[in-house]
Design a protein around this ligand. Structure first.
Ligand code: TRP
Length: 456
């Protein structure tokens, strides 16, 4: 595969592309809504701790594996070890990619609908209740969300077929910083809202008594989800890295940018939630029900609402192509199918399962397990179980299996770079990350079993 061996043309291009995968609906749609459901700042603190102590080391591990092997996730483990066990990372990754892209397409379809609404000036003059109603009636309908979802998946497939790298590098470099600028503008408005202080308090004053087992699992799962970790996306991206790419500083920059955007998104949303007396735990529609309110209040709101939903759609796209790429690389390389054919088949299959996720808000809403819809189940299964498990195996692979020399070479760029934190890094990947992930997962599974016993 010639294409995979190209490399990014600049340092900023590398960071922008990895950040393009990381920054997506996870930051602006998912983070506020699960932070809201889990009571805000105490959850956020746990999530930040997971980002620093588990996310960054696992990200560095993926980059090390990718750049060393210069292959997709399956090829990488085949090259670096003779033991077939590690294939499990790739297999779980493909499954997770399938699940994630299914529900990602649902949320992307909402984003496109809101872009169209923004064009039509569809938010102005609407009360909070009306905005809530607008979202609910759209997301529960059958036809339109599916049209947008098909369109989104077709676009994703089109970019993946056409050699993603030029596109990724060129567009994310301009569009991601633009998104940040707009969010900051929204923040300034939100913070100065009358009654918005409640939102700031919700974000920054922790109350640990509201934390549950579920919050801890959600926080871990989201740390993986938001950084695109645990399923080999960043192994693939690492394979494009150049010899002089600094793996450590790249990881810190990507994780830093991703975290800042999530926090800025929260800062734009929660003051609005509180100022208008809404409910932070409103669930998956939170952003769509609250953000339109700000556009009405800011100068140039019409233009900014269009720009915002346009950029959110692009951010979703740069993430979704990285997810589709994992499956396409697997099928095309392992099953000997052409890249184009692999992309089309995969995209069609995922669109079909994705439609089921979309309909789980409307006609299929009655299908539930412990109160979770199909949409929730896809998300929790992938984000809270498969990704952390994948991350656990990746860190064990780096910590216990890969030759130490390879790690020092990759982190120190073959002697040209001084890497001072080897001991800390090795401690994190050997002990802290795998053990912490295991505890959280076991606790989560235990919780489910107990609930099942109690229920009966
Ligand atoms: N990180 C992206 C977001 O926050 C989603 C995503 C892209 C992802 N690639 C991934 C999640 C790989 C998990 C694994 O929206």
């Amino acid at each position: 595969m010639q294409k995979q061996r190209d490399s990014f043309s600049s340092k900023f291009g590398i960071i922008a592309a990895a950040a393009g995968s990381a920054i997506g609906l996870g930051n602006i749609w998912k983070f506020p809504y699960i932070a809201g459901e889990n009571g805000g700042s105490a959850f956020i603190i746990i999530y930040l701790i997971f980002i620093v102590l588990i996310g960054v080391p696992v990200m560095m591990s993926e980059f090390i594996i990718g750049r060393k092997a210069k292959q997709n996730v399956f090829g990488a483990f085949r090259q670096l070890t003779s033991h077939g066990f590690w294939k499990i990372i790739g297999i779980m990754g493909v499954l997770a990619a399938f699940l994630i892209l299914s529900f990602y397409g649902t949320v992307a379809s909402w984003t496109i609908e809101y872009l169209v609404l923004a064009f039509k000036d569809g938010f102005s003059g609407k009360s909070s209740d009306e905005l809530t109603f607008m979202f609910e009636s759209f997301s529960q309908s059958t036809f339109k969300p599916i049209v947008w979802q098909v369109l989104f998946m077709a676009l994703t497939a089109y970019i993946v077929i056409g050699g993603i790298k030029k596109g990724i590098e060129k567009y994310t470099k301009i569009l991601m910083p633009l998104l940040v600028v707009i969010i900051i503008y929204l923040d300034i408005t939100a913070i100065t809202l009358k009654g918005g202080m409640g939102g700031i308090r919700f974000l920054f004053y922790p109350d640990f008594s509201v934390l549950t087992h579920q919050s801890i699992i959600d926080a871990l799962g989201h740390a993986f989800f938001t950084l695109s970790l645990g399923m080999g996306v960043l192994i693939t991206y690492g394979s494009y890295f150049k010899k002089d790419t600094n793996i450590t500083s790249t990881s810190i920059s990507v994780a830093g940018a991703d975290t800042i955007i999530a926090l800025l998104a929260g800062l734009a949303i929660f003051p609005v939630v509180f100022a208008f007396g809404a409910e932070p735990g409103k669930g998956a529609g939170l952003v769509f029900m609250t953000l339109p309110k700000i556009f009405e209040l800011i100068p140039g709101g019409y233009i900014f609402s269009i720009l915002f939903f346009l950029l959110l759609s692009v951010a979703a796209l740069t993430s979704s192509i990285s997810i589709l790429e994992v499956i396409v690389a697997y099928i095309s390389e392992e099953k000997n199918i052409s890249r184009k054919k692999a992309t089309i088949i995969t995209a069609i299959l995922i669109t079909l399962t994705g439609i089921v996720c979309t309909l789980s808000f409307g006609p299929l809403n009655h299908i539930q397990l412990r109160g979770f819809t199909i949409f929730d189940i896809f998300d929790k299964l992938a984000s809270n179980i498969l990704l952390p498990l994948g991350g656990m195996f990746i860190s064990i692979f780096i910590g216990w299996k890969l030759k130490k020399q390879i790690i020092t070479d990759e982190l120190g760029n073959y002697g040209t770079l001084r890497f001072k934190f080897l001991k800390v890094f090795m401690f994190l990947v050997r002990y802290l990350a795998p053990i912490a992930i295991l505890i959280v997962l076991v606790q989560g599974i235990w919780q489910i079993i107990m609930e099942m016993i109690i229920a009966g």
